[in-house]
Design a protein around this ligand. Sequence first.
Ligand code: FES
Length: 146
Amino acid sequence: MDKTSVHNKEWEPKIIAFLCNWCSYAGADLAGVSRFQYPPNIRIIRVPCSGRVSPNILLDALKSGADGVLVSGCHPGDCHYISGNLFARRRFALFKRFIEFLGIEPGRLNFSWISAAEGEQFAKVVTEVTERVRALGPARRLVKEI
Ligand code: FES
């Protein structure tokens, strides 16, 4: 059986989560403190604002072996830099269409709003994203085989 097969028990999705420092990262922290259960498949990168996450960074994550990415920021109206999250949403929507054009499943890219008070919501989003990416299987289109 292929080592990367979806049916192989060894394979677990790797998801890189870019979380805004002011809201979603604090939401992740609250989820941990509150002991809400969520899959251990995400690796969190704290960013100053979701508007700071460029498509290049997301592409790099997928090229480096991530099976999916999650970008999460403050709710509309709550961004500490006024409208970074709105720029992020627009950029992300366009990037998702572009990535689909490249033949990458759009389900590998995920975007959400999670506030510092939404620990339970954080756990729910991570669970949903993990299951979505798991159903897609390993991402291989952008990874160079050696
Ligand atoms: S500061 Fe949180 S999304 Fe901008």
